[in-house]
Design a protein around this ligand. Structure first.
Ligand code: BTN
Length: 244
């Protein structure tokens, strides 16, 4: 992965560029990296703050031979790979909040956005967008997210070099992705659960269909969150915002 890297000083969103390249047939492993994004996108139609030079803003093209309903597994796989890489490079031990927020001491330091180009039965490409707050100071975050956002440098107490971290992330994604293609999701799921903070705890899930309160029981083989509500009904959550 990452044999072909498209590097930009400034883009609207690496996600948009990678999607266009994927559509035009770019091979698996193609990576788009930018110093700065003017219109970085987050999950659930949010903006992703992507200032110049302080973070890792990149999008990776994968072409897994899987049906679209298994794509959430890849998001979880990438969250594990990034957590491993952060741990390896910085010594910090991240937590994962389902599906793919990576927390450092309870604050969000990493976001992952996966988007698909697919037919009903087959994925053509998965665009994995990765945003990592690396060297921002607290004051550099917009006021409205300062209380909930953090960077690796804030948590580590020193600046972190971005290039070795990118390299480690690609290596880890590649390793887990090979394991996933050869043996399926099971072993990845175990690794994910090792980093997960929400499992076994009361959470509130805000979905498009409404809010569900309950205990997070784990994830399914497809990567859905299993939530048991107060009446012991089991819900399988595909997409939601989780509050601990
Ligand atoms: C989230 O909401 O947690 C996901 C944030 C994903 C941000 C990354 S930065 C690189 C890529 N390009 C984008 O516009 N978004 C993703």
């Amino acid at each position: 992965l990452g044999h072909t890297i498209h590097f930009f000083e400034e883009v609207d969103s690496t996600q948009r560029i990678a999607a266009k390249l994927a559509y035009e047939g770019a091979p698996e492993g193609t990576l788009v990296v930018a110093e700065e994004q003017k219109a970085g996108r987050g999950r659930l139609d949010r903006k992703w703050f992507s200032p110049k030079g302080t973070g890792i803003w990149m999008s990776l093209i994968l072409r897994p031979p899987i049906p679209p309903q298994r794509a959430p597994q890849l998001t979880l796989l990438v969250a594990v790979a990034i957590s491993q890489a952060i741990q390896e490079v910085t010594g910090l031990v991240p937590d994962i909040k389902w599906p793919n927020d990576i927390l450092l001491h309870g604050k969000k330091g990493v976001g992952i956005l996966t988007e698909l180009q697919a037919d009903p039965d087959r994925v053509h490409s998965v665009i994995v967008g990765i945003g990592i707050n690396v060297n921002q100071t607290a004051e550099q975050f917009p006021e409205d997210i300062r209380a909930i956002a953090t960077s690796l440098a804030i948590e580590k107490g020193e600046r972190i070099k971005r290039a070795p971290l990118i390299q480690e992330i690609l290596l880890r994604i590649e390793r887990l992705y090979k394991q996933y293609l050869a043996h399926g999701f099971r072993s990845i799921k175990l690794l994910w659960e090792g980093y997960a903070v929400s499992i076994g705890k009361p959470v509130t899930a805000r979905t498009l269909g409404g809010t569900i309160r309950g205990i997070a029981r784990g994830i399914t083989e497809d990567g859905l969150l299993i939530l048991e509500d107060e009446e012991q009904n089991t819900h399988y959550i595909h997409s939601a915002d989780i509050q601990l």
